[in-house]
Design a protein around this ligand. Sequence first.
Ligand code: SAH
Length: 231
Amino acid sequence: MNADPLEIQKFSELAHRWWDPTSEFKPLHEINPLRLEWINARAALAGKKVIDIGCGGGILTESMARKGADATGIDLSDKALKVADLHSLESGVQVRYELIAAEDMAAREAGQYDVVTCMEMLEHVPDPGAIVKAAATLVKPGGHVFFSTINRNPKAYLYAVVGAEYLLRMLPKGTHDYGKFITPSELAQFVRAAGLQVDGLKGMTYNPLTKIYSLNQDTSVNYMVACSRPL
Ligand code: SAH
């Protein structure tokens, strides 16, 4: 299977703190409004059938459902999915969660989704190209696919590993493996090989002094890619 058991375990061990905005997941809580608005501006989520691959505790999945999407979240961490499910029950937002690999879901529900999202997940899997392929299979012709990951260069190592894990201690040590980071051109190759087209690229930066995240053209560390499946 295209999953690293240690990665899944790492997220499972932290899962009970997923919705604590001061926890290890604080960065995900803080970037969520930014990425949600970016996705919504491009894909108009209301009424759309959406699948979130590697949804974890459901921060993005639930927020897309709040925008009116018919949202499904999939992950391989049972604990994260239980937390996601409980949270959606508590907040009264309807979301469907399922423990299933992206490739298996693609075989079962090919071409059934208007929008596919896969955020902060590709850098944790052995074969990211296969996940991109699964996302391309899940989306309908004319539909949108969004990915986010971390670039691979000395600055990304400094910010995403040394800065976030060691200096600022925003993330537990070992959260990210530099060797698994993906450059925008590598991701674009996976995207094109899967039959999708790249529509846009967005950088996401963190200012350690103001502690504020923003979206801009700086893709040197964190970035997102908007893609679509041609009709
Ligand atoms: N996408 C969410 C969570 C990111 S954390 C968000 O951005 O808010 C990374 C998630 O990827 C974790 O929940 C982890 O369990 C999941 N994951 C890692 N490898 C996976 C795989 N091979 N298949 C599915 N999910 C995976």
